[in-house]
Design a protein around this ligand. Structure first.
Ligand code: P6P
Length: 334
């Protein structure tokens, strides 16, 4: 579809292409779009309406919740609950799966989300985003339990994020490529601006939190050391580094110009299994990256093949340009 198509039109055309489609997914996506527009508005207003800073509460991760974390979670949860297209919800900000009120209409999807990823950046006005993953709900189950959410990434119906940066951009895949839509706030519509996104297979830019260097395992130490040696070493070229501490910003940069993002296992996070969460960070971002021609691994394994054990399970994440991630994968097999 050509640049300038609205996301609404794009979804309707996509529905038409799937003859059997009931339209329920289109309605769910419209709910997600509505929630992200509201979150974008709150994020952009920030302290003008006094919503930055701490909510004086903690989530299951033991992280202090920012006011905007809680507000974003409420917006996303209530919008999808009222939209009638889901049978259950789960969020980084809610300890347990969310059961809809008895009177609420149920639908055939589950949605798992990080309503405001990178929120530690909110107070310093750095880019944050919403990450979401859509799964099939089990037939005829009024209140799906945690077990029904624990589906491997390969089972995702759709995945996406909305990045709240200089522009608000919705990036979405339903398993048939990746497309990006920029919010035109004058008309309140997301417009197709990044059709058929593909990640360059090679890169000279890595993203990792270097302060954890002494905790890394040997394969990651080897890879980063070679990048740092640059053209005098085995890579034969110099590398650049970025670290925003906002996964949505890192992934969007990689989709736009290539790169490799690494939050590997390390001795500091080994007990917890890693830093990032499988169900609402690693899996949706892995679907997007793979659909855009990249790779996404834990180090030894493909992330989307993992069988989830717990809703808030953490995993190591190494994703991005195919040839760089493959090199790290090979170092883990060496
Ligand atoms: P660190 C944000 O809290 C997050 O979950 C990801 O968005 C980001 O990539 C990572 O953690 C940043 O971690 O240890 O650098 O603060």
């Amino acid at each position: 579809m050509q640049i300038g198509t609205s996301l609404t039109h794009f979804l309707i055309e996509s529905q038409r292409a799937h003859k059997a489609a009931s339209g329920d997914f289109t309605l769910l996506m419209n709910d997600i779009v509505s929630a992200c527009k509201v979150i974008s508005s709150y994020v952009n207003k920030g302290n003008l309406i006094g919503i930055l800073g701490s909510a004086e509460s903690e989530n299951i991760q033991g992280e202090t919740q920012k006011k905007l974390d809680v507000i974003s979670n409420d917006v996303f949860t209530n919008t999808l609950m009222q939209g009638g297209q889901v049978a259950g919800l789960a969020s980084e900000e809610m300890d347990d799966v969310y059961h809809l009120p008895a009177t609420a209409q149920r639908g055939k999807y589950l949605c798992v989300y990080d309503p405001l990823d990178g929120s530690s950046n909110i107070d310093v006005n750095v880019t944050v985003g919403t990450i979401f993953s859509v799964l099939h709900a089990p037939e005829g189950v009024a209140n799906p339990a945690e077990a029904e959410f624990l589906q491997p990434g390969t089972e995702q119906v759709a995945a996406g994020y909305c990045i709240y940066g200089p522009s608000t951009i919705m990036v979405l895949t339903t398993g048939d490529g990746v497309n990006g839509f920029t919010l035109d706030k004058d008309i309140g519509e997301f417009m197709l601006t990044h059709p058929n996104i593909t990640i360059p297979e090679d890169t000279s830019e890595f993203a990792i939190n270097m302060s954890n260097q002494r905790f890394w395992d040997a394969p990651v130490k080897r890879y980063i050391d070679e990048c740092l040696i640059g053209k005098e070493g085995p890579r034969g070229r110099d590398f650049n580094m970025r670290w925003v501490a906002s996964m949505v910003a890192e992934v969007h940069r990689i989709l736009t110009r290539g790169g490799i993002f690494m939050y590997p296992i390390d001795s500091k996070h080994r007990e917890r299994g890693g830093k990032l969460r499988l169900m609402y960070e690693a899996n949706p971002m892995s679907m997007i990256v793979e659909q855009a021609g990249g790779l996404s691994i834990t180090g030894p394994d493909r992330i989307m093949s993992l069988a989830p054990q717990k809703l808030h399970q953490r995993v190591p994440v190494i994703l991005g340009s195919k040839n760089e991630v493959q090199r790290v994968w090979d170092y883990h097999k060496a």
